[in-house]
Design a binder for this molecule. Structure first.
Ligand code: ADP
Ligand code: MG
Length: 180
């Protein structure tokens, strides 16, 4: 997976499957460090499960025997001088945090975060998302709870809303200096 936005999509899909109601996605660039943190309030994992979760053969999916979302992100981070951390508590939630050296030659580009968010919104509006994006302390946020209030009953997966969200994210990112 050569775009971090796709890794983010994958990790957030885990949160959705874990019945999260709120997923917070932080994409924070500062100095030469890109930190991506994904925090959910889903069902969490036991200590035993957590200890083996970055092993590709750890999965609760039944459609195939390998689960690659977490191992892939860990590998991407480690290949580019970065770090990977996952914390989880049963019944409380899970946080995945990865750091990348921004200038590292092997760091994948961030890719299209607007596409990732609009894809997530297509899942329906049972889950709320908060996206916080910043580069050297200049940034923007998107909170689907606020968006729902403003939309007054219009569903987040309406094509116009998806397009709005995609463009809002793309425009903000380009105003803050363009793609990471
Ligand atoms: N946020 C999360 N909350 C609860 N369980 C999770 C979460 N993320 C991952 N898991 C568990 O870890 C397993 C491995 O995840 P992953 O590496 O993404 O592979 P896959 O999703 O293909 O199984 C999942 O099957 C799931 O049981
Ligand atoms: Mg997964």
């Amino acid at each position: 997976m050569r775009e971090l936005a796709l890794n983010i999509l994958d990790i957030v899909e885990n949160s959705v499957k874990a019945n999260a109601t709120l997923v917070e996605i932080d994409v924070i660039a500062k100095d030469n460090l890109l930190t991506i943190a994904i925090k959910d309030d889903g069902k969490g994992m036991s200590k035993e499960f957590l200890a083996k979760v970055t092993d590709p053969y750890t999965t609760t999916r039944t459609t195939r025997k390998v689960g690659m979302g977490l191992p892939l992100l860990k590998m991407e981070a480690e290949m580019s001088g970065g770090s990977f951390k996952i914390e989880s508590e049963l019944g409380v939630g899970t946080t995945v945090t990865t750091c990348f050296e921004i200038n590292h030659i092997d760091r994948p580009p961030l890719g299209d975060l607007g596409e990732t968010m609009s894809t997530l919104l297509c899942n329906g509006d049972l889950v709320d998302y908060v996206l916080n994006y910043s580069v050297d302390d200049v940034g923007f946020s998107l909170d689907t709870r606020e968006l729902k209030n403003e939309l007054d009953g219009i569903s987040l997966d309406e094509p116009e809303v998806l397009l709005f969200v995609k463009n809002y994210i793309r425009e903000n990112i380009s105003q803050i200096g363009g793609a990471l």
